[in-house]
Design a protein around this ligand. Structure first.
Ligand code: 13P
Length: 253
């Protein structure tokens, strides 16, 4: 049975002091993760060690970096390597977020390289895909997302892709308060699973957790997560409010 995941993406928000207050409040709020469910906190690099230590002894709660370098090591001032993340026991790495694709020119090929280096270091990528509004308006979102998957993931073996985590984040729904409808989310998630199934078979496709991201809130999470191919969410704004993210964790099916 594939994992259900509520993942927070704090993006470039919060001071360390604010982050600690948020985390303490969240950990004080009861949430009932079963063995099949996880909460993941995608926090800025400087807070990973600190937040990870706060989670010590908690079951099914993990940290994610929001990026890593596609280079192994060396003279790349300001970059953070997968090996560094491994050395501080990071669990997940968010890769290919649309903000990184847009503002930092991350290409399909670069993302394939980042995925490889994460897997070599035992880090699980959360691979983000999703179309801009202009593509949705011409109803070509299915082929757009298919290309993103093929170009960055399809060099992997079936074994490497088994249990993988993908986040579908339509760009027009990110930070806009305009979430995809439950039907739009389900339709794209089923498409993603189908694309993977056609290449790797149903068993691999069924093992992959596909998270929805884009204006997930405390009051809409349960309905989105209830869709059969939606296995949780990747949450921006609402993950910065303890009660809201706690409610989103509790909305996992
Ligand atoms: P919002 O939840 O703020 O729309 O952000 C979604 C997102 O980009 C998560 O990675």
């Amino acid at each position: 049975m594939r994992k259900q995941i509520a993942a927070a993406n704090w993006k470039m928000n919060l001071t360390l002091q604010e982050a600690e207050i948020l985390m303490d409040a969240l950990l004080a709020t009861p949430h009932d993760l079963n063995e099949n469910q996880e909460a993941v906190f995608g926090v800025p690099f400087p807070y990973l060690v600190n937040i990870k230590s706060k989670l010590a002894g908690r079951k099914n709660v993990f940290v994610a970096a929001q990026n890593c370098s596609d280079k192994k090591s060396g003279a790349y001032t300001g970059e953070v390597s997968a090996e560094m993340l491994k050395s501080i026991a990071v669990d997940y790495v968010i890769l290919g977020h649309s903000e990184r694709r847009e503002y930092f020119n991350e290409s399909h090929a670069m993302l394939a390289g980042k995925i490889n280096i994460c897997l070599e270091n035992g880090l699980q990528p959360i691979f983000c895909c999703g179309e801009p509004l202009s593509i949705r308006e011409t109803e070509s979102q299915n082929s757009y997302v298919e290309t993103q998957l093929k170009e960055s993931l399809f060099h992997l073996s079936a074994e490497q892709l088994t249990g993988f985590v993908i986040a579908y984040e339509p760009i027009w729904a990110i930070g806009t308060g305009k979430t995809a409808s439950n039907e739009q989310a389900q339709e794209m998630h089923a498409h993603i699973r189908n694309v993977i199934s056609n290449q790797y078979g149903a068993a691999v496709a069924d093992s992959i957790s596909i998270l929805y991201g884009g204006s997930v809130k405390a009051n809409n999470a349960a309905a989105i997560f209830a869709q059969p191919d939606v296995d949780g969410g990747l949450v921006g704004g609402a993950s910065l409010v303890a009660e809201d993210f706690a409610a989103i964790i509790n909305s996992l099916k």
